[in-house]
Design a protein around this ligand. Structure first.
Ligand code: NI
Length: 148
């Protein structure tokens, strides 16, 4: 099956290429991209490639951007102090921190990060290990440079 109209931007230039795929695979892909509300196959494939490149940067230790989202119990007093110490230690990696008081006990913190994958991961795992942290998730993205 020939997949028509796959387009990619590279330094503002648009390239086209064709992809040969089995019919059942392209049928499944079309169903998938329809459920994800993609306008066309090009957009869906572009996102898949970007995702793959971000993952590659992550595994190879490149520079990534992302966000750490965590909830914690602020009544654990040592936790708040420890968190602040850690955030100061990683000031080169942390771009900004947003704090939201969820309820009497719980706080939500969103930490925007940009840095080497290993530093981002170290920050994330260090925070996650703190007593009183209820949940922490790390989401990584591309930095917008190079092949992004
Ligand atoms: Ni709070």
């Amino acid at each position: 099956m020939f997949l028509k109209g796959v387009c990619f931007y590279s330094m503002s230039e648009l390239y086209r290429f064709g992809i040969s795929l089995e019919k059942n695979l392209i049928d499944a892909f079309d169903k998938h991209i329809k459920s994800r509300k993609y306008q066309n196959r090009s957009e869906a494939i572009r996102d898949l490639i970007r995702e793959e490149l971000v993952q590659k940067k992550w595994t190879e230790g490149g520079v990534v951007a992302g966000a750490i989202v965590m909830t914690y119990d602020h009544h654990k007093r040592e936790l708040v102090n420890r968190m602040l110490d850690i955030q100061h230690d990683f000031q080169g990696t942390i771009l900004s921190t947003q704090h939201v008081h969820l309820d009497h006990h719980h706080c939500l913190e969103v930490i925007a990060v940009r840095g080497k994958a290993r530093d981002v991961e170290r920050l994330s795992t260090t925070l996650k290990a703190l007593v009183g942290v209820k949940h922490l998730s790390l989401s990584i993205s591309a930095t917008g440079e190079e092949s992004d």
